[in-house]
Design a protein. Structure first.
Lengths: 348, 348
């Protein structure tokens, strides 16, 4: 902690050469020709800054491994984990840190993941990022308290560990505002039925926008089911069968929206002219491949990964207060991604 | 190389305790109570085997870092990368190795990824896994030759580095056999139009099955387009407009199949009763969410990741011959995943 964090970039900057050149020189890479005066300049810069290419030796000398552990759920099933990893990695590289990633299966409980955390600690990581695959509250394993940590996409029940989560309310506000501004007033919300923050907070955003625009809230248009394609299809069939059917659907996620597309097709409703739809998640494989493309809300996975690493770096340098950060989670924007599923209602 | 690969599991086994207990004892984890006699047994076992918990010290002592680098493309866009990572990680854990992952953007060329490889080498990795996001031939960066390496989902143009790839022919054989065994004889192949191994080899499998079953090949039923949803839709509209329309479609990938579903819906063709469809890739987000679920062929990403690590371990121990392995790529099975998109043709 507080140790000077000298990286290869600093050496490159001081020597006035590229990072690659520094690497070649300090590692004596064969076949790479570097002019002798450049070599000398690089070695001098490295010495001045106390930078050695052999990280194992450096780790022993400074008691720093240069490793940051990332515990990630469901790495093999969604691109969400990949975007968190990429964001964390890009930020880690900036600080000359290496990310060690470990996958954790979601358990039946709130997944303590104690063993995975221990594996990372055994690897001499300096700090741990703990990433869940959807926004929820977690009870953390006790061994996570011995090392600086930041939560990604979850919050600590105990309120001890700093956390970064999506601004669910803001995302819903963006989605519903887009529909209202297109002219819709009868908007159904196909919500999830799990007791998770996104369920409650997206509903808050939905109500907020209608309220702000003086649109009366028809409670019967707020319906819930598991957030999968088939239940989304069934819900959409239900609300679209009404004589006073809504002109637009705000769907809890892209999978439910995919079900709603199918319902619309069966009912002969053209999207977006007969029915506008907005999703949530920006799962490209769905959203970009539907006809027409699904307008949806992106989750800030890349940004959360990057934010978490930056925050760890500040914590490790003693530049930030753990307790202050842990006080309440940081919320990052969920921006609207416009494709082709929203138009003005016909009967406007 | 050839160094005895002692891991925490070996210590746990010798001491007759769990891996977690070994970790607690050797790291003096606070708050963890372990009986004194157990502590003594663990320390003795660790000493006997020469296992130290401080990897940095060990790395310096043995000149082994215990790190394996994984260079992966498109970690943030597909779950394919995640499955490779998971397979590699599970295998690495078995051998007490840590995976350091680095993402590489696909470049305009055959992506040499020289800089990413150098970053891994700078991190003192013992070996490098090089994973591409679809099966292709690559020209490797020269710095990859200084370190043991294995390619995942690609083959080395120069024929120097061992590689593991999907058995594309076998996957196509499984898909088309499934259709033929359901009773189909007029089967169209909606193929990709890129010059990549999968395009050619899946066609080989398609022809092979028809040939083996004495079904004459109608060349006009073999059509090509970019392997995306919209072109797949257009191709499907085309072949399904014929008076002698096929009763089944074998699609190059799940995205093209998703387009074919849309074409079928527009033409009032029920899947699977009027039209059977088989995809390729097993992209769960598509295949499991279509109505009905798409029968498809899985790519062995997890298995390729695991195979690559096992092979690296053998290479590092000197138990396998680099040259023999590099001689030709190892091909892993692409199994059929049956969902609901295939039935007997009506007019059988």
């Amino acid at each position: 902690m507080g140790v000077k964090n000298v990286g290869i970039r600093d050496v490159a900057k001081l020597a006035g050469v590229s990072v690659t050149t520094v690497s070649h020189v300090l590692n004596d890479t064969p076949q790479m020709r570097v002019a002798p005066e450049t070599r000398a300049r690089v070695r001098e810069a490295a010495e001045t800054l106390g930078y050695g290419p052999n990280r194992a030796a450096r780790a022993l000398r400074t008691n720093r491994s240069g490793l940051i552990g990332l515990l990630s759920e469901e790495i093999a099933t969604t691109p969400h984990a990949g975007r968190i990893i990429l964001g964390a990695q890009d930020a880690a590289r900036e600080h000359d840190l290496t990310l060690v990633i470990i996958n954790a299966e979601r358990g039946p409980h709130d997944a303590a993941h104690r063993e995975e955390v221990q594996t990372l600690i055994d690897r001499q990581v300096e700090a741990v990022l703990y990433a869940t695959m959807y926004h929820r509250r977690v009870s953390l394993p006790p061994n996570l308290q011995g090392v600086p940590a930041v939560l990604i996409d979850s919050t600590d029940r105990a309120g001890i560990v700093p956390a970064v989560v999506p601004d669910e309310v803001g995302g819903a506000v963006a989605a519903v505002t887009h529909l209202v501004e297109a002219g819709h007033r009868r908007i159904a919300f196909l919500n999830n039925d799990d007791d998770v923050p996104a369920t409650h907070e997206r509903l808050v955003g939905f109500r907020q926008v209608l309220g702000e625009h003086g649109i009366p809230i028809d409670e019967s248009l707020i319906v819930q089911s598991p957030s999968e394609t088939l239940p989304g299809y069934a819900l959409a069939r239900e609300v679209l069968a009404r004589h006073d059917r809504p002109t637009a659907l705000f769907c809890y996620n892209d999978r439910m929206a995919m079900g709603a597309y199918r319902a619309a097709a069966e009912l002969g409703l053209d999207i977006p002219n007969d029915l506008s739809i907005v999703g949530f998640d920006n799962q490209e494989l769905i959203a970009a491949n539907l006809f027409p493309g699904l307008t949806t809300v992106a989750l800030p996975h890349y940004e959360m990964g990057a934010w978490a690493v930056e925050t760890l770096v500040h914590l490790l340098r003693g530049e930030a207060e753990y307790k202050l950060l842990a006080d309440k989670p940081t919320r990052l924007d969920c921006p609207l991604v416009v494709r082709g599923s929203v138009a003005a209602p016909r009967d406007r």
